[in-house]
Design a binder for this molecule. Structure first.
Ligand code: FAD
Length: 368
């Protein structure tokens, strides 16, 4: 293991890598062009599962399921180090109007995920909300992602990591197929190893390192409502829309999948549509105004399969990017795979689907 690691990007992908590397005894410096975790990792919903897990390719399930199995312990470790609460909550997820519920349930059984075809839980909801073909996934959990990011930041700092915010990496110095330092506008940071965790910006690359294959921003708009605690006690999913309750009564409604470049603006038509879809699921929302409306840029990748690999041209550069809709979910297992590769161990997960070359060979189809 090298001893001076520079991580470019302090979202959840960079922070989770930093934590794992620090716990191995190396020095870590994170550079972020903005605030720690201020991009997609802040903007997301914090559901710790693919939305309809049976709809995704094997490499998505492999990373997600490995993370999900250990997430509670991972968060507990972060909370113990940081003394901050990330609000992990195994609140379950109820998916409504599932196309092939028997097949979905069979997939869950094969993959060790509890799943019940059961619409009784919708009886607490208004009559219009009662749906057919419901699948109840009681083990699905959530974190309050802004709080997880804050806890991760505190844990990284308390383990001796250094974070430079508002400090974009602008280039690297190279020698004989290795990067020797990362440059910013004002400083040069010597590096034994570099990790690129630049989220939606990964497709732009840094001059000498080139762009990471196929990664591009996919905008998601979210609404936030504030109710009394306890109105909703599980994640609801229906036809692309989800509602996520927080313990303090906040409810998030999301999200859109928009190919709009690096534009993070929101629009009134989307607000109206999200609000009306959310109210169809939970009618009490019809009479309420959202307390916040925002957009974030997911690091989109074909098939939702991230790149976790050594850089093809630079031996001491590694990539952890492109987790698209599930970067919060995948964070622990992605960091574990990254560490296995950095330390030259045989990974627990098959690394082949996450290789740079494999990403080059995948094609985009729409936003998915
Ligand atoms: C609306 C929405 C809902 C979501 N819901 C969920 C969900 O419920 N569950 C789930 O698992 N996932 C969800 N996601 C996806 C998840 O948020 C992302 O996959 C994850 O946050 C990606 O983390 P990241 O660290 O790779 O990227 P980011 O959090 O975007 O971090 C990348 C960082 O790199 C920095 N950076 C880029 N270039 C440079 C540079 N040159 N120099 C320095 N810094 C640089 C950026 O400033 C940024 O802070 C959602 C995302 C959105 C937008």
């Amino acid at each position: 293991m090298t001893h001076n690691v520079i991580i470019i990007g302090a979202g959840i992908s960079g922070l989770s890598a930093a934590l794992a590397i620090l716990q191995r005894g190396s020095h870590v410096t994170l550079l972020d062009r903005g605030a720690t975790g201020g991009e997609s990792s802040w903007a997301g919903g914090g559901i710790l599962s693919p939305l309809l897990p049976w709809d995704y390719a094997g490499p998505v399930s492999a990373l997600a399921l490995r993370s999900m199995a250990g997430y509670a312990d991972w968060v507990a470790d972060i909370e113990a180090i940081s003394r901050q609460n990330a609000e992990f909550w195994r609140c379950g997820m109820l998916a409504l109007d599932v196309a092939e519920p028997d097949q979905a349930q069979a997939w869950c059984a094969t993959h060790g995920m509890a799943a019940y075809i059961d619409c009784r839980r919708t009886l607490n909801l208004a009559p219009d909300t009662r749906k057919q073909n419901c699948i109840w996934l009681p083990e699905v959990a959530q974190v309050r992602n802004p709080r997880l990011v804050a806890a991760l930041r505190a844990a990284v700092l308390s383990l001796g990591g250094v974070i430079h915010e508002h400090c974009p990496a602008t280039g690297v110095l190279t020698q004989s197929g290795r990067v020797t330092a990362v440059q910013t506008a004002t400083d040069t940071f010597p590096a034994d190893s570099v990790v690129l965790a630049t989220g939606a910006w990964s497709g732009m690359g840094l001059a000498e390192l080139g762009a990471m294959p196929q990664i591009r921003p996919i905008r998601g708009q979210m609404l936030l409502f504030k109710l009394e605690p306890g109105v909703l006690d599980t994640i609801l999913y229906h036809n692309g829309l989800y509602l996520i309750p927080r313990r303090d009564g906040h409810i998030l409604a999301g999200s859109t999948l928009e190919d709009a470049g690096f534009d993070k603006s929101t629009d009134a038509a989307t607000l109206r549509r999200l609000h009306s879809d959310a109210a169809e699921l939970l009618p009490i929302l019809a009479g309420m105004q959202p307390v916040q409306h925002w957009a974030g840029l997911r690091p989109g990748s074909p098939g939702n399969i991230p790149v976790i690999d050594r850089h093809p041209d630079f031996d001491n550069v590694f990539v952890n990017a492109g987790h698209y809709r599930y970067g919060v979910t995948m964070a622990p297992a992605a960091a574990e795979l990254l560490l296995d590769l950095m330390e030259g161990r045989t990974p627990t997960l098959d690394p082949a689907p996450y290789r740079w070359q494999a990403a080059l060979e995948r094609a985009w189809s729409g936003c998915f």
